[in-house]
Design a protein around this ligand. Structure first.
Ligand SMILES: [Zn+2]
Length: 494
């Protein structure tokens, strides 16, 4: 008996008191814009029956129950601007609970738990530098409006990254993001954050998510059948024993689409509630969020990244660019759709720059500042005071209207690169159709502003964008888009 007691008391103190193990669940909550860009209404989506559209269905299955259960208060999350806009208009109670979660978190811990998102869910490394900047600044502006504070974290669409994106983010005050472990150029330990040195002397903190657990909760339903089993059978195996022995803190980060909790996986909203409120703490895990963790345990090691890269393609960014084997069938339509959209954007950009240079000091800086104005969050007077050559609205009303129409055309041009249009296997789906519809809205606005019709060139390039599932191409899709008033678009001559 005495020997046994001695044996116990001789054990190092760190073995008697376990080192802190933190658990963070990050939900990326996002829906692509589903609105018809000419009416701002979502067309009926028959496959969402009995709901009118998928936003309503997913709200009932996921956003509402997770918000009612208080799950947003404890997890880390980002709420995409296009989804936030729809929720704010359609389900303000759900929207408010999600926004308030960040405020409550700040009141309790001094830091928030919401991250911003680049505005249009664009694959940023595929965009020009000035488009990256606009996407980041619009995302930050949207965040500031909704949460009443500046964002410190930013979620990248598909975690698609290059150093230019990160450098721009750091330049505008972003201190951390989340990536997949295979986006590191070397082996990393995902139980701690890393510092990525950036060109120009800046740096940014990167959290790498735990890949087996994040993949498991996303795709293996059996893993999330039972929260107790999850905490006892799956989590402990991912703790780094040497850190346990040394008494060092560590973090298990599980990042996934937020919609899995209740929509992709029924009832997993309840799994999440039980895990974060009861089970994880009972089994020695402290539920934590990313900025809070970073404040307590800043990164101590540096890492370099494999760039460009993303979380759901093993071929760089080919899934959203030229196409690759990540999606079935002949994905060459993606490259041709990109060519058509980029060529249209090039023409749109040239016209924008040429014709707004007459009224704006710096058209591209004005575009960066346009989002809060178009959304009514900031006054048009303030916009003209800052960006107009005359420091007030142009004297001629036709110049005022032309400038605003061209800025709005830029807005829809940005929408036409929404990543979802390139994510799936075939052209003949709602997501690529929506990108083409956004491009048509941009064409319409340029035509209303300048009387220049960009349709013929665009539609002729869309002929080369071919569905492999169905006998149709991008031009067919363009021609099938809803009829609009004759003053919005000239007749299609090709
Ligand atoms: Zn791929």
């Amino acid at each position: 008996m005495l020997d046994q007691l001695n044996e116990i008391s001789d054990k190092p103190a760190t073995n008697q008191k376990l080192a802190p193990a933190y658990l963070c669940l990050h939900g990326h909550f996002y829906q692509p814009p589903r609105e018809d860009p000419f009416t701002d209404r979502i067309p009926i989506e028959p496959t969402a029956t009995p709901y009118a559209n998928f936003n309503e269905k997913i709200t009932t299955e996921c956003y509402r129950p997770n918000s009612l259960a208080g799950n947003f208060d404890a997890i880390n999350y980002d709420l995409g601007p296009t989804l936030a806009t729809w929720l704010e208009d359609t389900c303000p109670d759900v929207y408010q609970r999600i926004i308030d979660a960040d405020k409550k978190h700040r009141a309790t811990y001094g830091v928030g738990n919401a991250m911003a998102q680049a505005y249009n869910h664009t694959i940023l490394p595929l965009a020009k530098a000035r488009d990256k900047r606009t996407q980041i600044l619009w995302g930050l502006s949207d965040f500031r409006h909704r949460y009443g504070r500046d964002a410190t974290g930013m979620w990248l669409a598909e975690t698609a990254v290059d150093l230019e994106c990160l450098d721009l983010m750091a330049q505008y005050g972003i201190t951390y993001t989340v990536l997949a472990p295979w986006q590191a150029a070397t082996n990393i330990d995902p139980s701690e954050p890393y510092l990525v040195p950036l060109p120009g002397g800046r740096s940014i903190t990167v959290f790498f998510f735990n890949a087996p657990l994040s993949g498991g909760v996303s795709f293996d339903s059996s893993m999330t059948d039972n929260a107790d089993l999850f905490a006892t059978s799956y989590l402990p195996g991912h703790l780094v024993q040497s850190k346990r022995d040394a008494g060092e803190a560590q973090l298990i980060l599980i990042a996934s689409d937020g919609e899995l909790y209740g929509h992709h996986k029924p009832w997993r909203d309840k799994f999440l509630t039980h895990l974060i409120q009861t089970v994880a703490p009972n089994y020695g895990f402290e539920v934590c969020t990313l900025e809070r963790y970073m404040r307590m345990y800043p990164p101590t090691r540096e890492v370099s990244l494999r760039v460009p890269s993303a979380w759901s393609c093993g071929h760089g960014l080919a899934r959203w660019d030229t196409g690759c084997e990540c999606t079935e069938g002949n994905s060459s339509w993606k490259g041709n759709l990109n060519l058509a959209l980029r060529s249209l954007a090039e023409k749109g950009d040239q016209l924008f720059e040429r014709y707004t240079s007459e009224t704006l000091v710096d058209p591209w800086a004005a575009r960066d500042a346009y989002l809060p104005v178009r959304n009514g969050w900031e006054s048009l007077e303030g916009f003209w005071a800052q960006h107009s050559i005359d420091q007030r609205p142009p004297a001629e009303s036709s110049l005022v209207q032309r400038t605003l129409l061209l800025l709005e055309a830029q807005y829809y041009q940005q929408c036409s690169f929404t990543s979802c249009g390139f994510f799936f296997e075939d052209l003949n789906r709602i997501e690529p159709r929506n990108n083409i519809a956004f491009a048509r809205r941009a064409i319409s606005l340029v035509w209303q502003a300048l009387g220049i019709d960009l349709q013929p060139g665009f539609v002729s390039e869309l002929e080369a964008v071919k569905s492999w599932r169905h006998s149709m191409n991008g031009a067919d899709i363009y021609r099938q888009l809803p009829v609009v008033r004759p003053d919005q678009l000239p007749p299609l001559s090709v």
